[in-house]
Unconditional design. Sequence first.
Length: 522
Amino acid sequence: MKTIQIYDTTLRDGSQGEGVNFSLQDKLLITEKLAQLGFDYVEGGYPLSNEKDAQYFRKVAKLDLGRTKVTAFGMTHRRGMRPEDDPGMRALLESAASVITIVGKTSDFHVAEVLRVSAEENLDMIASTIEYLSQQGREVIYDAEHFFDGWKSNPQYALQTIQVAHQAGARIVVFCDTNGGTMPDEIHDITKKATESIEVPVGIHCHNDCELAVANSLAGVSAGAIQVQGTINGFGERCGNADLISVIANLAIKRGGYQVLNDNGVERLTELSRYVYETANMRYPINQPFVGSSAFAHKGGMHVHAVRRVTQSYEHIDPEKVGNERRFLLSELSGRSNIIAMTTKHNIQDNRELMDRILALVVDLENQGYQFEAAEASFDLLVKRSVGTFKPHFERINYHVNVETDRSGHVTTEATVKLWVGGGIRHEVAEGDGPVNALDAALRKALKGTFPNLDSMHLVDYKVRVINSEAATAAAVRVIIETEDEEDVWGSVGVSENVIEASWMALVDSIEYKLYKDEQAV
């Protein structure tokens, strides 16, 4: 088995995609998720570009990520400046990242027309940057930008750039199809020639402008690349990057002979894909290869008949190998391997009748718009209710939210909640920056006397997704809330045609999960 390193740049290159934005907490959660699956490298961002990225490196250093290495991204030092005097170099070192990825110009066209330095000066900038960072004890990965276009334009100069990067101390040199316009046969041939010309491992980084990024990445591996860079779900600028979901699945399952991720990482690809979509507050495409909900869906006629008899008749792999499911659209099956895995801690796998009831309930709720991939707290409570071990810590009598504006446009929001808690009625009112914030404040105010441990939890993210957009303003919405305390981060979900009610449902699940979690820890 040949090991292929998987280098994820969702948090940096992926966030440059239109409509993609990650909060600081999002980035930390995605990093932890990638580490759980065994990704080799996670590129966190450019610490000099914004304060969020700088904070990310300070916080991620406190996480236990196992063998996963967090990488800081930067570029060669500025022209006419020594590396040690360049603020970009200082920011990279101050990030405390053990691995630094440096991007440099490979194409003579870009050197002359974009960077506007001489060919010799560009080579010196590459060499001195990598040498300086290596001398500071950092592992340096060199990304050869516009490598394939540069090779086709001037192969001698392109080769010089990667040779000086190797000689200066780069541990790996990555060939980048930055414009995404190179064909797979060209990727293979150029990668093979270049790999034979340098004595350092090489990687491949492809963009998807011709919808060939996955194919090009596989061609690069066939030609000798030992590292693939890309993003989850192919996020990225313009048409995106190579989708690591498909790259990993193809290498591990279709091609064979390659070792990627950890022992169960490939089986969690569907979970990972949808988690990142939910975290980015984006709707996932149902026809995405391997992990889309339609990837193994069959509708009517001879297809359904054939698949019921022999699954491989219309399926290229077993969907469970990537954590997905087979679906018959006219009589949908309810089994979900990833949901079954989530019930492990409840020790109910041997109760077939109970499992069938839970799975049927999950399918019904998902048809209503619920999604549990990023709402493990709500799913945990669903299981408790099904098992019969759930007893609410409080019950709603009613709530009321009032929003007022004056002539100047000033908005005042006030929420009132009435609960049955601790054997009595609590009636509280609170103001907030918006209706959900006010409702959260009033709810906590009513509960904190009975449950003081709620002071340690707070909301870190709030997302709203329209489910049936054709209903316009009457559409149902899904609200996902992320909450954390000193030890954990968890998600909860609510669905309703009323966004306040959906938010209430998610808030209640979040609090109930916290209370149960703390009770079990005692």
